[in-house]
Design a binder for this molecule. Structure first.
Ligand SMILES: Cc1ncc(COP(=O)(O)O)c(C=O)c1O
Length: 403
């Protein structure tokens, strides 16, 4: 058996020799000095107020059975890209199920929400395009816009006046009017607040701009199962939605959802030009099967239980006058509490974990405004009494850690 000493000697990092070694060491030291060191984390055996499994479907017997059935029927992987023999009937069934669920006539499934955002923006980008991104847009939208070769502008978060200013400024430029797409999230992933979708869609229509809405945190998680549907935008050609199947649906994968007269033409365009669709192995069959079953289960009754628990999260934390000003009015399952700094956020999350409660800890660079937060997500299957007890613990620990 190894002694601790010899193990330590074997595993002690060698003195940096190459520029890459020195750079890696420097980066690790900077992270440690700023209190930004991250570790992989699991929620096993904890009260889960951290994951995005909002409807509790990832472990649902029906979802597991559907995943296993697809696995047995089609194999472990799709083995090719969708345009190179990777399209399986389970992908088509999933696209049809997404259309039924969202009321949109066309859907295209990707291997993740990240690749859906990357692939959509890349396919719309290039010279002559301008993306106006909300300042709180998710990293996948920022990366997609940057990689697309389009010009990128940033609008103040949820500020329609600033959006209108940018649209007006770019109506005509010296090089001709750009093709403009405004890029928002329906429910923002860190603060949990909602975008003014109907007003943004009207503004975009007036300026002949497209509106891209990332429904990652609203598909199967807010009223009517879709914020685009709830805002009455299902049939709008100029509104393009993306979604992930890995949050409320508890599976894996992503999708682009299209409506109106241009839906089929846009889908065709993506099939032919979207690089993360063309050059990525198609979604694993088990994930596609799981997502189909999850869509069946994401019904009004589950959504209403999620809504009830989300209100309980907000109202319980906001009942304390010291916490109320630090909480956004979350529009979906996500509620965030501002923390004074990254170190107190990490301490509070660790302390809660030791008490059996998992909450997420968001700090730079994963926050859009540099403010560290504890992120608490509501889940449909939490029993209200147990949830209330966990929320009281959260409020107490946040305040104790700061005193
Ligand atoms: C707003 C938003 N868009 C896209 C994604 C990426 O989705 P996926 O995890 O399916 O790649 C996430 C996940 O964190 C997200 O929060």
């Amino acid at each position: 058996m190894e002694t601790n000493q010899s193990f330590a000697a074997e595993t002690a990092p060698a003195a940096p020799t190459s520029p890459w070694d020195r750079w890696l060491g420097d980066r690790a030291r900077v992270r440690a000095a700023r209190g930004l060191h991250r570790v992989e984390s699991s929620r096993d055996l904890l009260m889960d107020l951290a994951s995005n499994d909002y409807l509790g479907l990832s472990g649902h017997p029906g979802v597991r059975a559907a995943a296993a059935d697809a696995l047995h029927r089609y194999g472990a992987g799709a083995a090719a890209s969708r345009v190179a023999t990777g399209t399986l009937s389970v992908h088509r069934e999933l696209e049809a199920a997404l259309c039924r669920y969202t009321g949109r006539p066309a859907a295209l499934v990707y291997s993740s929400g990240y690749t859906a955002n990357l692939g959509l923006l890349q396919a719309l980008g290039g010279p002559g395009s301008l993306f106006i991104l909300d300042a709180h847009a998710h990293a996948s939208l920022i990366d997609g816009a940057r990689l697309s070769g389009a010009r990128v502008a940033t609008a103040v978060h949820n500020d329609l006046a600033d959006l209108e200013r940018l649209l007006e400024e770019n109506r005509d430029s010296a090089t001709g009017a750009p093709r403009v797409a405004v890029v928002l999230e329906s429910v923002y992933s860190v603060l949990g607040d909602a975008a003014p979708l109907a007003a943004a869609a009207e503004l975009c229509a007036r300026h002949q701009a497209l509106l891209v809405i990332d429904e990652a945190h609203s598909l199967a998680a807010t009223a009517q199962g879709s914020a685009v549907r709830a805002a009455g935008l299902t049939d709008c050609s100029h509104v393009l939605a993306t979604a992930t199947l890995s949050k409320a649906l508890g599976a894996q994968g992503g999708a682009v959802l299209l409506g109106g007269g241009q839906a089929r033409a846009l889908r065709e365009h993506l099939v032919n030009t979207s690089r993360t669709f063309l050059f990525d192995t198609a979604l694993a069959p088990a994930a596609a099967g799981a997502a189909i079953a999850a869509l069946e289960l994401a019904d009004a009754e589950r959504l209403s239980r999620l809504g009830r628990n989300a209100r309980l999260v907000h109202d319980t934390l906001a009942a304390d006058p010291r916490l109320r000003p630090r909480i956004e009015q979350g529009a979906g399952a996500v509620h965030s509490v501002m923390m004074p700094d990254a170190a107190s956020a990490v301490r509070a999350a660790a302390s809660l974990r030791a008490r059996g409660v998992a909450v997420a800890c968001f700090r730079p660079p994963s926050v859009p405004d540099g403010v560290s937060r504890l992120r608490i997500t509501a889940h449909a299957d939490h029993e209200p009494g147990a949830l209330l007890a966990a929320l009281h613990t959260i409020a107490r620990i946040i305040l104790e850690e700061e005193s």
